[in-house]
Ligand binder design. Structure first.
Ligand code: 13P
Ligand code: SF4
Length: 401
């Protein structure tokens, strides 16, 4: 069995970030060799999978899945390509998928079509005897990579020495490594997702102390400002500067300390795009994800997690018009499945999440065929001490939701 505790970080290059951006057509998967031609560097895969067309891949995925039956459950995040999501037994946002993972007690193998932090979370929430498999080990998350364990530990030490005995509750967004979740669990903190960030902030603020929120400064600010916390009470912690770029006085005065991280997909949306959508369609509803910058969230009609966006749009009146600020695979899918509404992406040049996109159907097939041969590959295993502490923070999140 090929087990990996750590992920090989393959950073997104500008080339990869723009390689799959497009203006009009739907994103359609090509054979892996054609996708590699733009110069991306993904996990090595046996040559026999390189030239297979999406149609051929789909047929073989179906057969392998049938052979494996109930031994395998496939989970798919909403940002996955259509050619992958069609094989998911369960689809969801980060929160829903973590609940599904926790409830899959019978499956021997859980194939997680999402990114590395999601597979780690699934491993933390499942039994040690179950395998969580990430089809392409280079499918990371640029936001999670912005909170390096050593930098976060330095910040934690600095905060404790400046703040002495004051309570600081660490809250980490699901989009972070297992090490960061473990640090939160070890220090009476919690994990949150975009669906339940508010509940975790309310819980932490009841303790009368401060919150250190990692790694998405925008989700943190958007959540806290809706709870009445003013911008003066929030500081940003830049890991590249001494004391995060703050004075001791600033740290003492603050209520929320926001880690300087962001999502490269959601920060592409702008106020200018919202204004242009409103100019073109006077009845448009703008709905965005809370990883967008505060000016975008403040000026949208609605904001919320991926699951929230889906529910609002699916249940909207026929004929309504929606400009959506989230990942393009989901927006395209919503447009295709809700043809009685006018649905488009806020950004006219649309880019998929480049790391989610690394899960090509050829990788899914590779994982399934290896399981047929009793050779689980790309098994994500979190070290036991990390798992124990991270689980504390995750269980608390599930109990608060
Ligand atoms: P949710 O799945 O919680 O909406 O988060 C979106 C995201 O960016 C996942 O990586
Ligand atoms: Fe990470 Fe943003 Fe991609 Fe989500 S959408 S996996 S936060 S880069």
């Amino acid at each position: 069995m090929a087990t990996q505790t750590k992920m090989p970080v393959v950073p997104i290059t500008e080339l990869e970030q723009s390689a799959f951006c497009q203006t009009e057509e739907d994103l359609e998967s090509k054979s892996l060799i054609e996708e590699f031609a733009v110069g991306v560097k993904w996990q090595r895969i046996p040559k026999k999978y390189l030239g297979l067309s999406p149609k051929l891949l789909a047929g073989r995925i179906q057969s392998a899945k049938k052979l494996l039956g109930q031994k395998v459950v496939i989970l798919g995040h909403h940002y996955q390509r259509d050619e992958v999501i069609q094989f998911a037994d369960y689809t969801g946002d980060s929160f829903k998928l973590s609940e599904y993972a926790a409830s899959q007690t019978d499956a021997e193998h859980i194939i997680f079509c999402g990114v590395h932090f999601m597979a780690e979370t699934a491993d933390i929430l499942t039994d040690n005897s179950q395998n969580v498999i990430l089809p392409n080990m280079t499918a990371g998350c640029s936001m999670a990579d912005m909170a390096i364990t050593d930098d976060v530990l330095d910040c934690w030490d600095d905060l404790n020495s400046v703040l002495k005995r004051q309570i600081v509750t660490p809250i980490t967004y699901m989009n972070s490594t297992a090490d960061i979740k473990s640090l939160c669990g070890e220090n009476d903190g919690v994990v949150c997702t975009s669906s339940n960030a508010k509940k975790t902030f309310e819980w932490a603020l009841k303790k009368q102390g401060k919150i250190l929120f990692l790694p998405d400064q925008h989700l943190g600010r958007n959540t806290a400002s809706r709870m009445g916390v003013s911008n003066d009470e929030m500081i940003v912690w830049d890991p590249f500067k001494p004391l995060g770029g703050n004075s001791e006085e600033d740290i003492n005065k603050s209520k929320i300390i926001l880690w300087k991280g962001h999502c490269s997909v959601h920060t592409r949306f702008t106020l200018k795009q919202i204004n242009s959508a409103r100019d073109k369609h006077n009845d448009v509803k703008v709905i965005v994800h809370p990883e967008c910058t505060p000016d975008v969230v403040d000026n949208a009609d609605l904001y919320g997690s991926t699951e929230f966006i889906i529910n609002e749009v699916v249940n909207a009146k026929p004929g309504s018009t929606w400009a959506i600020g989230t990942e393009i695979n989901l927006v395209n899918r919503l447009a295709k499945e809700n043809q009685d509404k006018n649905i488009f992406c806020l950004d006219s040049i649309v880019c998929p999440c480049a790391t989610m996109y690394r899960i090509h159907p050829a990788y899914l097939l590779w994982m399934l065929e290896n399981l047929v041969e009793n050779n689980p590959t790309n098994v994500v295993k979190v070290a036991s001490k990390t798992k124990e502490n991270a689980r504390k923070a995750l269980d608390l999140m599930l109990s608060l939701s």
